[in-house]
Design a protein around this ligand. Structure first.
Ligand SMILES: [Mg+2]
Length: 120
């Protein structure tokens, strides 16, 4: 018998794509979350800033040395903090992604991608 999910997973791997959804990631990431709940939001916001800095550092080294080393891993660390922040405010990571794309495509359709301001 053909396991369709396994076949789909193999196909996606062959295309260098993943089948995990944002919400699946968010749920699985929760199992690795260890931080003081009473300070969750500032803890996570600080962690996000720290990991974003690590992405910057790896990209700087990429420019300097010409070798891509751990940039993707650091982006993953940023993602983990985003997922945990979303969890702490009881919002689906997938819904955040959809909302962000809706906002950006709306701006694109109105010719407002460039410029500044949250309410463009
Ligand atoms: Mg890191």
């Amino acid at each position: 018998m053909v396991n369709l999910e396994e076949e789909a997973r193999k196909f996606m791997q062959s295309k260098n794509k993943s089948m995990i959804t944002a919400d699946e990631y968010q749920e699985k990431a929760k199992a690795t979350a260890i931080y003081p709940k009473k300070d969750a939001l500032p803890y996570l916001a600080l962690g996000l800033g720290s990991e974003a800095g690590e992405v910057s550092g790896k990209v700087k080294k990429l420019i300097r040395d010409g070798t891509q080393s751990d940039v993707a891993s650091e982006i993953g660390d940023v993602l983990w903090y985003c997922a945990m922040l979303a969890s702490e405010i009881n919002v689906s990571l997938g819904k955040i992604m959809e909302g962000n794309l809706d906002k950006l495509y709306d701006r694109k359709e109105r010719g407002k991608l460039q410029g500044s301001g949250d309410t463009r």
